[in-house]
Design a protein around this ligand. Structure first.
Ligand SMILES: *Cc1c(COP(=O)(O)O)cnc(C)c1O
Length: 402
């Protein structure tokens, strides 16, 4: 039996990070606001904004912190209702709760994308903001979502934690809503262990987020506009909000920025490799009548580092047998709704009051499988994974894939 590859380790951090870290070790300059200019965190913000094509970026301690600050930056009143998809990671409703708002869950379909009919219905139920979580990088119909939200003047935040490098009609995911948030946690496209960043073109929103992230006193002066310029617009916004907002101290350390910056030039290669790997495995396993990888919506070009697929025409017993058959071959397949404490199954978000049932999302979660495909995997390793999935499917359904 050929053992499957390790799908948990990330790829090595580029050597350039070592030099930058050594320099920080020698100087002891780990705090983003010590240097008068060009601190690694400030440089990361400029580089990231430029890479994504947005005016401003704010690096923080996690994507969850970025989501929390985004909601706070919108100045939503206590108990404001925030519409989110019901298929996402528990960190997303948690960030809404953290911001003293109420998450309202909308249905997600078999293709892991927001059910627009349910979205539109709920949008008219006193919703103050929308937080679109592009779960596992799957992009919902952003044209329809933006049209519905713009018609009602409801701000949209994009949770692009796991979507760095994905495009929608050629636009970077995370630049379509008012604010986009990304993660640098180890399972995402750029790995700093922990970290997050938010981007926006709105000077007022970024000024509020910067101050609340912990830019006390006049540290806001170290935040610049596009290409490191002193932006008049930004200075005015900071003047307006100085001393008006609480400081939550969610800053990023220079060490994290030093680990992230040399990975930015790797992004396009990682995206290309990840997409090729994903599409290769997808094509192979789609040959089975009982495995289905939903197609992306036409405007989406994905940047995947994992693959999701549905088990077709299998009852609960067969679904369990499929998981057992892959595990016996050394590959752990996560079926979102089948494990007892999965953080992506909405019924486990019991910290929410009046947790609704969402039958469509529930049905999807009960048969949707998740397999990590780190972008560093090679063809032969991908074949081992695809073979295991196909063999397990054939074993359960008693027929060999075409
Ligand atoms: C990872 C992830 C988050 C949380 O990111 P952190 O940086 O760990 O806080 C939020 N949303 C989605 C969709 C994620 O994949």
């Amino acid at each position: 039996m050929t053992l499957p590859p390790n799908v948990h380790d990330a790829e090595p951090i580029p050597a350039a990070a070592r030099e930058a870290i050594d320099a920080l070790m020698s100087s002891g300059d780990l705090f983003r606001y010590t240097a008068t200019q060009d601190a690694p965190v400030a440089l990361l913000e400029q580089e990231f904004a430029e890479l994504l094509g947005s005016k401003y970026a704010l690096a923080v301690s996690s994507c969850s912190a970025a989501l929390f600050l985004s909601l706070k930056a919108l100045d939503l009143p206590r108990d404001a209702r925030v519409l989110i998809p019901s298929f996402t990671f528990a960190a997303v409703p948690s960030s809404v709760v953290h911001a003293d708002c109420i998450p309202v869950l909308c249905e997600v379909g078999d293709n892991y994308r927001i059910n627009l009919a349910d979205f539109e219905t709920k949008l008219d139920q006193d919703i103050a903001a929308v937080l679109i979580s592009h779960m596992r990088g799957h992009t919902s119909d952003m044209d329809a979502i933006m049209a519905l939200c713009e018609a009602r003047d409801i701000p949209v935040i994009e949770d692009a934690a796991h979507s760095l490098g994905t495009t929608w009609s050629g636009r970077n995911i995370g630049t379509i809503g008012r604010i986009g948030c990304f993660s640098f946690q180890s399972y995402k496209m750029i790995n700093a262990g922990e970290g997050g960043i938010l981007i926006t073109d709105d000077a007022d929103l970024v000024a509020r987020a910067v101050i609340m992230s912990g830019a006390y006193e006049h540290n806001w002066q170290k935040h610049k506009g596009p290409r490191g310029d002193n932006s008049f617009e930004l200075a005015q916004a900071f003047a307006k909000w100085q001393n008006q907002l609480p400081l939550y101290n969610l800053r990023m350390s220079n060490l994290s920025a030093a680990v992230i910056r040399p990975q930015l030039p790797e992004l396009m290669r990682r995206v290309r490799d990840g997409r090729a790997n994903h599409d290769y495995v997808a094509e192979r396993i789609n040959s089975s009548p009982v495995l289905d990888v939903p197609a992306p919506l036409p405007p989406e070009v994905r940047a995947p580092d994992s693959i999701q697929f549905n088990l077709v025409d299998m009852d609960t017993h067969e679904i369990q047998a499929f998981a057992t058959a892959t595990a016996a071959r050394g590959l752990k397949v996560q079926i979102f709704g089948q494990s007892r404490d999965n953080a992506r199954a909405f019924w486990n978000w019991q910290f929410l009051k009046d947790l609704p049932d969402l039958p469509q999302t529930r049905a999807m979660l009960m048969k949707a499988c998740d397999v990590r495909l780190p972008v560093r995997l090679k063809r032969n390793e991908l074949d081992v994974i695809a073979d295991i999935l196909l063999e397990a499917a054939a074993e359960v359904k008693g027929r060999v894939a075409a």
